[in-house]
Design a protein around this ligand. Structure first.
Ligand code: ADP
Length: 442
């Protein structure tokens, strides 16, 4: 009996030890699985040592949690790529104006970096307007958004001020844990809007001036001057002049509109531009000589293969506008020199005059539509204010470049570079090339 009891006790103890061992092993495996989950690893499958149900429940739950974490991580990465790819600057801040997040656009715009996260906005972005936008957003109830436009001046003051459209939204939560603000650079857009408004105002004004003259002369003729032989022919000549001015203006406007809208169809093909430039100078020779000006043409005869790829009419208009201006803005007995040569990658057209010159601070603006240094003088000389604008567009259309240097009272020099046409499968290095230095201004 005693032996039986001892035997029973041994069996019971052995069973208890086995059960305890199984549960402890299961607990250890579950702990390992949880640790793997915490570290973002795929948890191993817990074996059914103590309880089949417990192991199965844990394995299902662990696989589910792991899949969810992986899904969240993938979403987070996608969101990050989207935010980084945005041209807009995006920042998130907490209610105490501490930076929580900044995308690449914000880093570029505000000069932030990885170390900026966690720091206070007033330390990072020294713009009262940006702070105001953030504070105003933080005060809004959740679904509402803050919108405005602000000017961001650079910290060093050496970069142009930017015009930014800002949209701020409070982060969801009660109380809100912060706000997210998106800044869009609209500097270029606003500049174009201003240019369009200026253009409409300028064009209307330019059209109105000759029209007003035509109307005034016509009314005078109808009133009393029609049969007064001392004035009637002169008045009709004025009407004819003004009508011609209107005509030129409308032709230039149409040409510019076609160029800007890309409707102008060019036939860019290999072209030797010398004949076109020569014809253009000859067409202006009488006018120059009537002003007592010396007009000279200096063409370097190119090697056979030196051609450009351009529409002949485009080259004619470019040369025509530049030579016309040189004659127009050079006083009597001055000189106009046209040179053309080729270098390694371009055919260069240079028009130099000894005219009135252009003030240095006006130089960047003379290619703008209707921009004239001296409005009255340009009109008196028959200018429309559109010639250089047309030149700029035509030069761009052939992939070239136009530059100007000028000194007031000394003269101006316009240089157009037409890219050389490279025949298929030939290297420019093998072709005959010539190079000449451009002489300095007179
Ligand atoms: P415009 O019809 O008035 O000549 P453009 O667009 O051809 O218009 O030129 C714009 C302005 O640039 C002119 O009004 C003039 O003030 C200046 N300009 C252009 N070419 C010359 C030049 N060769 N010498 C001096 N000023 C020039």
């Amino acid at each position: 009996m005693q032996t039986a009891l001892i035997g029973l006790a041994v069996v019971a103890s052995a069973t208890a030890i086995v059960i305890a061992w199984r549960w402890s092993r299961t607990a250890r495996e579950i702990a390992r699985g949880l640790d793997e989950l915490r570290r973002g690893l795929k948890p191993h499958r817990v074996r059914a040592v103590a309880s089949v149900r417990l192991a199965a429940t844990f394995n299902d739950a662990a696989a589910d949690v792991h899949a969810r974490i992986a899904g969240l991580e993938q979403d987070r990465q996608q969101l990050n790529v989207v935010l980084e790819a945005l041209a807009e600057a995006v920042i998130a801040v907490d209610p105490r104006l501490r930076l929580l997040f900044a995308n690449a656009g914000a880093n570029r715009l505000f000069g932030l970096d990885a170390g900026s996260v966690g720091r206070l906005i007033p330390e990072l972005i020294r713009s009262p307007q940006v702070q105001e936008a953030i504070e105003a957003t933080l005060l809004l109830p959740a679904p509402q958004a803050y919108q405005s436009e602000l000017i961001l001046t650079s910290r060093e003051g050496n970069v142009r001020a930017r015009c930014l459209a800002v949209r701020g939204t409070p982060l969801p939560g009660q109380p809100s844990p912060g706000a997210v603000l998106v800044f869009r650079d609209v500097t270029e857009l606003r500049r174009l809007e201003r240019m369009r408004q200026d253009f409409v105002a300028n064009a209307s004004h330019e059209l109105k001036t000759p029209l007003a003259s035509i109307k005034a002369y016509t009314e005078t003729l109808l009133d009393w001057a029609l049969h007064d032989d001392s004035v009637n022919v002169r008045f009709l000549e004025r009407i004819d002049e003004q009508a011609e001015r209107l005509n030129l203006l409308i032709l230039d406007l149409l040409s510019l509109a076609r160029l800007e809208s890309g409707q102008e169809v060019f036939d860019h093909r290999p072209l030797d531009p010398l004949a076109v430039i020569e014809a253009c100078v000859e067409a202006h020779r009488d006018r120059a000589e009537a002003k007592g000006q010396e007009i000279s043409l200096d063409l370097e005869r190119f090697a056979d293969h030196t051609l450009i790829r351009a529409d002949e009419e485009a080259v004619r208009q470019i040369a025509d506008n530049l030579v016309d201006n040189a004659i127009k803005y050079t006083p009597e007995r001055g000189s106009v020199r046209v040179r053309c040569w080729s270098d390694l990658d371009a055919v260069v057209l240079e028009v130099t005059d000894t005219g009135i010159g252009i003030p240095r601070d006006e130089l960047p603006r003379i290619f703008e539509r209707f921009y004239r240094v001296d409005k009255a003088r340009s009109r008196e000389l028959g200018g429309t204010g559109l010639g250089l604008s047309i030149v700029k567009h035509l030069v761009q259309s052939v992939g070239g470049q136009v530059d100007v240097t000028s000194r007031v009272g000394v003269g101006s020099q316009f240089v157009v570079r037409f890219p050389r046409w490279i025949p298929p499968q030939s290297s420019p290095a093998l072709e005959g090339t010539a190079h000449q230095e451009s002489p300095l201004l007179p």
